[in-house]
Design a protein around this ligand. Sequence first.
Ligand SMILES: C[S@@+](CC[C@H](N)C(=O)[O-])C[C@H]1O[C@@H](n2cnc3c(N)ncnc32)[C@H](O)[C@@H]1O
Length: 237
Amino acid sequence: MNNYKLQETSVWKFIDRGKWATHNPYYRGNWSPHIPRNLILKYTKENDVVADLFLGGGTTLIETKILNRNGIGVDINIESIKLSKSLLNFYVENNSKQILKNEDSRNTSIESNTVDLICMHPPYANVIKYSNEIKGDLSLLPPKLFLKEWDKVAKESKRILKKGKVCSFMIGDIRMNGCVYPLGFKSLEVFLNNGFSLKEIIIKEQYNCKLTSYWKNKSKQYGFYLLAHEYIFILFN
Ligand SMILES: C[S@@+](CC[C@H](N)C(=O)[O-])C[C@H]1O[C@@H](n2cnc3c(N)ncnc32)[C@H](O)[C@@H]1O
């Protein structure tokens, strides 16, 4: 991976989602390792601290380990922590540390002003439910309630991130009753209202999405375009 080519434009598409190290596509809705890799390489240096407040299957933390950054991963679901721990069990020739916390991203034990990059991928409200009943799981909330709690994530991000450093998150819109609910822009607005400044809007093209055949039929039946992009927002604290 020494000659890894970073993205150069504001439109990203990864036909090969990335299979190096212990990465795999099995954690539902996980992101391609190309995404945290691009963000980490562009916005941090070795030994910096990178936090992912929605750890999932551990993709970001695997990248911090390979790239010699210290990683902090937070997830409310203990299954995510267990899975990530097992996937982080590989050898690298560096002394970086990866810390996993089974906590709520709205209220973590991470010290204030200690993080150099936040790189996170929350649930898109309740599009995919990550548990049936875990208290505080934001994937159980419909969009409007999700956005209310997202405000607390923005405040927590502001607290833990060093001044002038980057906070990035990927999120998509939702189709509801034939209309688009612009969850992406609404979630961006929450961060802007909390004092973050917008540096980049990246359009991430979706490729090989599991739900496609279901939505293909629906889009033909009701005559709407398939949503085939997500946003990666890059903000400064
Ligand atoms: C889209 S997944 C993240 C996938 C991850 N980027 C990956 O590549 O595996 C969203 C994660 O957010 C977690 N989550 C939901 N509510 C949370 C909360 N309040 N605090 C921390 N994690 C939460 C879910 O358990 C789920 O693992």
